[in-house]
Design a protein around this ligand. Structure first.
Ligand SMILES: [Cu+2]
Length: 168
């Protein structure tokens, strides 16, 4: 259902032409539009004014994120500064493993598909993008690169969200 919504979004954006291609002009939108109030299993879009932590994430053509394991406290608003150190396009998409798997499968089927959501960053080689996300629920979540083939090659990391007091 989630993926279907993204797909419909992609189709409608497709009509606007290529200016909205992957990682392009949509980011201007992202900065000026109001915060999304949409609740996901893994939280909601974070308010840039309430960032509690900044986490730098690197992406490489070895199909790895670094770091690939993150521990976050429930309620924290995290600013991810995502840098692509490679020579090909990479993405960071936050989600549950089920969502990421479904979405990766869809990206394989429709490689040119355009998608953008507050929990994604599409990063051109040598560039840096930002995601601000608030993790409202404790649990095990993931972040993956959904450029076709990358997730399947192991380009995935884990985010553990701990309830206060859980940290060992
Ligand atoms: Cu990638």
């Amino acid at each position: 259902m989630h993926c279907r919504r993204i797909f419909l979004l992609a189709v409608s954006l497709g009509c606007l032409g290529t200016a909205f291609a992957h990682g392009g002009a949509m980011h201007a939108n992202k900065e000026t539009r109001p915060l999304s109030a949409e609740e996901h299993a893994f939280g909601r879009e974070g308010d840039p004014k309430k960032v509690a932590r900044t986490v730098r994430v690197g992406m490489a053509d070895t199909m790895r994120f670094s770091p690939s394991e993150l521990t976050i406290e429930r309620g924290e608003t995290v600013k991810f500064v995502v840098r692509n150190n490679g020579k090909v396009m990479h993405e960071m998409v936050i989600g549950t493993m089920k969502e990421l798997k479904e979405h990766a499968a869809m990206m394989q089927k429709h490689p040119g598909m355009e998608h953008d959501e507050p929990y994604m960053a599409h990063v051109q080689p040598g560039k840096t993008e930002v995601i601000v996300w608030q993790f409202t629920k404790a649990g095990e979540y993931y972040f993956g690169c959904l450029v076709p083939g990358h997730f399947e090659a192991g380009m995935v990391g884990q985010i553990r969200v701990l309830a206060k007091g859980d940290r060992k």
